[in-house]
Design a protein around this ligand. Sequence first.
Ligand code: UMA
Length: 447
Amino acid sequence: MELKNKNILIVGLGVTGVATARFLINKGAFVTVADRKKEQELGSEELLIRDLGIKMELGAHRIETFENADLIVISPGVPHTIDPVIKAKEQGIPVMGEIELASRFIAEPIIAVTGTNGKTTTTTLLCKMLEESGLKVFVGGNIGNPLIAYADRREKADIVVIEVSSFQLDTIDTFRANVAVLLNITEDHMNRYSDLNAYAKSKARIFENQQPDDTAVLNGSDPVVCSLSKDILSRKVFFSSKKEKGVTISDESIISQENISRLLADFKLPGKHNMENAAAASLAALAAGGTFEGVGSALRKFKGLSHRLEHINTLNGIDFFNDSKATNVDSVAKALETFERPIVLIMGGRNKGSKFYALRDLIDKHTKALIFIGEAKEDIMAELGSIKHVEAAATMEDAVFKAYHAAKPGDIVLLSPACASFDMYNNYAQRGEDFCKAVAKIGTVYS
Ligand code: UMA
């Protein structure tokens, strides 16, 4: 693909836009970056790229700029359905996402992981398994490190592992994953997709360009994933998890049933969902050339990631868990199912168009009190308020103190919001850190 002297428009100036701009400049393109934010709303990191000789168009998007480009590269957070993009496509101007562009410049095998929940845990674990097998790995994508940064790099890895979101899959064309993993599909991002079917179709695009010698790793316990598997051309391997039976696999072309059970016996993170993530990562790693020993070693060492059912402290016999990454209903359901003890649940934030009532039965069974935070307070209250002791909190600290008073020794206080964090924080990590800070304060006030 020739980029030299081409007029290329990048839409969105976040981490993807910055990395794409650097890549394109290195390829000799004339680059313009458009972002609907004003200059004063952008960070210094973003504005630095101006020094590379890049044109910036900030504030509202101008249709002429889109129509005058030779190619448009859009960031994942920019819907491919916005007016200027549609108009440019009508004029025959090619539009692609950064994953598509990057993949055209990558010769190494690619393993891609998608799903509604568990992507980052699985991607990280998979990377560790391959590293423990002696391979040099690049890990990136939706995890926070754009794939285009790898395409731009001189030093190459043996294998590329990426987390991909539905947003990124919406703008692929020829992108091919040698091993593709689909963990699960439940409702999420309903403020961007018309319904679950549209969202699921976007996720299934991870298999779109696979060939018969590629591998698809699929969750056989997930009905939506199973319904999408008919059209996949590559070798399909399903993993299924049952609480009593552990994980079973559909065929032994990658590893025997006995050996996968032996491997997973060494994995200690709580919850059925984590066992599914571990099974998916093991199958993908082995399909991509990882060794049995390497996979086993990573499974034994893996301690889990921050903000995902992370145990923070035990105070007065009450265990505090930070699950700030749980931004949709299904991930909260998985968190609730993990514990046998009574839970005081802190939830809320910015509503992503979720159906909170889907949590009614689980909340009824597992929780003793609910504390609501953020913008979505009223929405959640309307759907769940009648079933439990409920309180609204003004801040995270207020929520954590209220939760502490509602709990008894032996109970669990769980932050698992079912909402995005953007009403109160820059991201879920900042929200999780605020929760930890409030837990630490309880420690000092009541110790
Ligand atoms: N913007 C426009 N016009 C629009 C819409 C947005 O100009 O119509 C601008 C915004 O003003 C903003 C920029 O686009 O300045 C943001 O672009 P972006 O949201 O794509 O931000 P990046 O920093 O490039 O982050 C993206 C992913 N963000 C999203 O998908 C929303 C990051 O995933 C990802 O880590 C990063 O690329 C590297 O690949 C985040 C995420 O929340 C973590 N992902 C979702 C999830 O995991 O659920 C999918």
